[in-house]
Ligand binder design. Structure first.
Ligand code: PXP
Length: 238
């Protein structure tokens, strides 16, 4: 069964909207854990628009499930990751003007910068995952860097304007998945996954973890965090 990593950035987005201390993403993480989450994901962005350093430090102490820190290939954030020691760091591309992470990391084009960052994290014993588009060249370049995992970007599948295009994207994701597993990489996936579109992705052979944020947080606002996480977990397991 694929594991569920719950991205709680949006809880911090609501808090930062008023620059107050509620809702607390640490509280949300504890409830997500009670609902059956296998991991918690947070993205410490360069502009600190949602998650703050304080959140990551407290999460490291509070949760017993795994902590995945999404981060840009940036020296300052890397030093913070080395200090806190998440179970896994997922390197993502980051643009200040984007609403959310738009595309995968260009592991080929940014090879030297990514390699230097990966080396520091791995030397500290932190598992490293690269968030990439489901493309064979990016998978191979990731494997060559000696990372532990890749997270395949499912956004194009989730946003496909027609069922036929969603099927075509699913085909690309399946092919990249097979290659990733063949290269010995742990296979994670995420972005744009919802209660409606998650099942075909959860059925892909070899998938280790799905990272889901927006859809679970939206549902949690209506039904509560524990129930929202439990319902997603049940869907994935089904
Ligand atoms: N995986 C990565 C690498 C991401 O950047 C995000 C968005 O923060 C997600 C997964 C979760 O995406 P969504 O919020 O669309 O479920």
């Amino acid at each position: 069964m694929p594991q569920l990593g719950v991205n709680i950035d949006h809880v911090a987005t609501v808090r930062q909207a008023r620059l107050t201390n509620e809702p607390d993403p640490v509280h949300a993480a504890v409830l997500a854990e009670l609902g059956g989450a296998d991991g918690i994901t947070v993205h410490l962005r360069e502009d600190r628009r949602h998650i703050q350093e304080r959140d990551v430090r407290l999460l490291r102490q509070m949760i017993r499930i795994s902590l995945n820190l999404e981060m840009a290939v940036d020296q300052q954030i890397t030093e913070f990751a080395l200090e806190v020691g998440p179970d896994q760091a997922t390197l993502v591309p980051e643009k200040r003007e984007e609403l959310t992470t738009e595309g995968g990391l260009d592991v080929i084009g940014q090879h030297d910068r990514v390699a230097a960052c990966v080396k520091q994290l791995k030397q500290a014993g932190i598992g490293v995952s690269l968030f990439i588009d489901p493309e064979a060249d990016q998978v191979r370049a990731s494997a060559d860097l000696g990372v532990d995992a890749v997270e395949l970007h499912t956004g194009a599948y989730a946003d496909a304007p027609s069922a036929a295009e969603a099927q075509a994207e699913l085909g690309r994701i399946r092919a990249a998945s097979e290659l990733s597993v063949g290269c010995g990489l742990v296979l994670n996936m995420g972005h744009g996954l919802t209660y409606r579109n998650v099942c075909p992705i959860a059925q892909i052979a070899g998938v280790h973890e799905l990272n889901i944020g927006h859809s679970i947080m939206s549902h949690a606002m209506m039904v509560g965090m524990e129930r929202a996480v439990r319902e997603m977990k049940e869907l994935i397991n089904s």
